[in-house]
Design a protein around this ligand. Structure first.
Ligand code: NAD
Length: 390
């Protein structure tokens, strides 16, 4: 292994420029060595701006021509599987953006490919790396909240429909549920101790998404004092994405998920909704205590933790506890963790295996919304067919 891990960036759009490139540059034992983007002008510009020696239009070309150790896949969702497959075949470790895949079957295929290649496949679920998430996980693991039996998670946007491929079902797999909800489902499921999902009832709506709800360039300019946030927030980074011609995905999703020991998770997420503010929140309730993350405006959470409170009884008296949280950029922490895992040969905190379960819940919510019925989730063992929702 070279002194520094040589990292390639696949796709040079919003998340690559706003999160992954700056993060790789901050890791002492890593360097961005190459990048590619279908838009060759963008590939060249971003490479030059970041002193990256090699740039390509085609990722296969990049995998073949540049000696690298790892890649970060920052492509539209429908390309996560083919690009990961090719990267693993080229013997590269992979950090793949969320959602891992279009559905659980694809996610399973990616995990099996990584196992066969004996390479790390980590999924970029950065919400687990927020300092409030890390602190809460530690408190829960140490039984400070007792047994967790109920959680509520929400990420509601009033006017935040992302452009281009995000609104095309064939490229994105769905709307806010698979885009934002994947973070919430993963975070809640992880905090609850990864319980086995049993059934789901969900609804999706497409009442609001139309060109007027598409965030405009003037909105972007109004927010120009928040450049980092603008780059990361897919809805505010639309200037080089095409206006979608058709709306093939939901704009609101609501779901109840039931787990093996009767635990319940409530989830709500929108790209556009007549709500007052854009908010993200999480609430976790256990037999010995509860916790609340936020509510917070998402952009304010990129480099600062959300506010968090713990609710307990002491001598029968209700007390509210406010943990002191470190300022952590979750994307920096995620990328550093990926590099550390490669160097130390250890399993990541967000292994792709776990993303399969989250994708199964998402598949089931879409199925429930489509059929109007509760959907039982198969046990997921054995053949891929058992990953289909019943
Ligand atoms: N974790 C987060 O907070 C977060 C935030 C935003 C986006 N994301 C995820 O990151 C991924 C990318 O999202 P984005 O917002 O950067 O999208 P984007 O549209 O801004 O960027 C995607 C880039 O991929 C390029 N591309 C498309 N097809 C290609 C191909 N065949 N080969 C090479 N390049 C190609 C496009 O030209 C574009 O530059 C998605 O999976 C998204 O869900 C995660």
């Amino acid at each position: 292994m070279a002194d520094k891990l040589r990292v390639g960036i696949v796709g040079a759009g919003g998340i690559a420029q706003g999160a992954h490139l700056p993060a790789v540059k901050k890791v002492e034992r890593a360097e961005p060595i190459a990048l590619c983007d279908l838009d060759s002008n963008k590939a060249e510009r971003v490479a030059r701006e970041n002193n990256i020696p090699y740039f390509f239009q085609d990722y296969q070309d990049m995998f073949e021509k540049v000696e690298m150790d790892a890649v970060i896949i920052c492509l539209p969702t429908y390309l996560h599987l083919p690009a990961t497959k090719m990267a693993l075949e080229a013997e590269l470790h992979v950090l793949c953006e969320k959602p891992l895949a279009m559905n659980a079957l694809e996610a399973l295929e990616m995990v099996e490919l990584a196992r066969r290649a004996k390479k790390i496949l980590m999924v970029a679920l950065n919400e687990r790396f927020q300092s409030h998430s890390q602190v809460l996980k530690k408190l829960i693991e140490n039984q400070e909240l007792g047994d967790i039996y109920y959680a509520k998670m929400g990420w509601l946007r009033r006017q935040g429909v992302p452009g281009g491929w995000f609104s095309e079902k064939e490229k994105a797999g769905g709307g806010p549920l698979i885009d934002l909800g994947v973070h919430l489902l993963d975070l809640a499921w992880w905090l609850m101790g990864n319980p086995k999902p049993m059934s789901v009832i969900g609804s999706t709506y497409s009442n609001m998404a139309h060109p007027a709800s598409y965030i405009s360039d003037s909105d972007i300019l109004e927010n120009e004092n928040k450049p980092l946030a603008n780059n990361l927030d897919s809805s505010r980074n639309v200037s080089d994405r095409e206006m979608p011609k058709a709306w093939g995905v939901e704009d609101l999703a609501v779901a109840l998920v039931k787990f093996e020991r009767g635990q319940t998770l409530f989830l709500e997420t929108s790209w556009t909704l007549h709500c007052r503010d854009e908010i993200m929140y999480g609430e976790i309730f256990g037999t010995q205590g509860g916790a609340r993350i936020g509510p917070v405006e998402f952009c304010k959470m990129i480099s600062k933790p959300a506010s968090m409170e713990i609710y307990k009884n002491m001598q029968g008296i209700p007390v509210n506890i406010t943990p002191v949280l470190e300022d952590v950029n979750s994307y920096d922490a995620e990328v550093k963790h990926f590099i550390d895992c490669i160097i130390q040969g250890r399993e990541p905190t967000t292994p792709a295996e776990q993303a399969i379960e989250v994708m199964r819940i998402i598949d089931a919510i879409y199925k429930s919304a489509q059929t109007g019925q509760m959907v039982r989730i198969g046990n997921g063992r054995g053949r891929p067919d058992s990953f289909r929702c019943r």
